[in-house]
Design a protein around this ligand. Sequence first.
Ligand code: NDP
Length: 254
Amino acid sequence: MDSELLADKVVLITGASSGIGTAAARVFSGEGATVVLTGRREDRLAALVSELQDRKAEASYVVGDVSVAADAGRAVDLAVARYGRLDGAFNNAGIGGDRTPLHLMTDDVYDTIMDVNVRGVWNCLRHEIAAMLPRGGGAIVNNSSVAGLVAIPAAAPYIASKHAVVGLTRAAADEYAARGIRVNAVAPGTTRSEITVDWFARNPGLEQMVNSLTPQGRTAEPEEIAEAAAWLLSDRCPFLTGTVLPVDGGFANH
Ligand code: NDP
């Protein structure tokens, strides 16, 4: 077996312009993957692609919004046109939204979170699966959250969106298992990224509170989530589909 987890695989990563997605670009590419990166901030994507190319990796980016179906389609199309196929996808793009009690949350916040976190995964899944079917298979990992498994305080639309990502993961895994496509999800616990830096800045004491509820007592680094996604995308777990893997220091085990 090749020593690199993702040797010769073409893998799409959404939300690669920061946080877990940027870490995934570095980890997947370090494991031999050709990566196609998406997000809305072109400056970040361009800088990351040049960083990876400096390390002799093959990488491209497509600027786009996952909540727009045509944008999701363009990223998949570029992977197929430039590299001949799509072997894997990490549907990672997502937003956190305000931490507000449910009865005070606005419809706008609900709609925006659902559009990005649920419709975004929906749009990507449809295009990715359509590109993988003619080649007889592939692997997809959706980024849910521990909030896709249990409730966390004052984040109802986010919790609903991440439970929906679990539902889409299970549905797609069930529907395409016999056609060679594995679909799994990671459910990260609190991870250092722009979402959490923002949440912690606006909610003093939140980081300490979350860490106190995490058996390992700390926040994850983005690379820890990326490593789990890399394994799920690899050929090392061929019988694994429809699962949601908590990467959470034990948080959801309570
Ligand atoms: P970041 O805010 O650092 O990264 C989010 C990424 O998503 C960015 O690259 C952003 O790129 C992209 N993104 C957001 N909205 C859109 C959009 N409409 N279209 C395309 N890309 C978009 O946070 P994280 O790295 O933490 O988040 C990554 C994923 O991890 C999310 O799905 C999040 O819910 C999940 N997660 C995070 C946890 C944490 O504690 N950090 C815990 C559990 C899950 P750009 O702005 O350039 O478009």
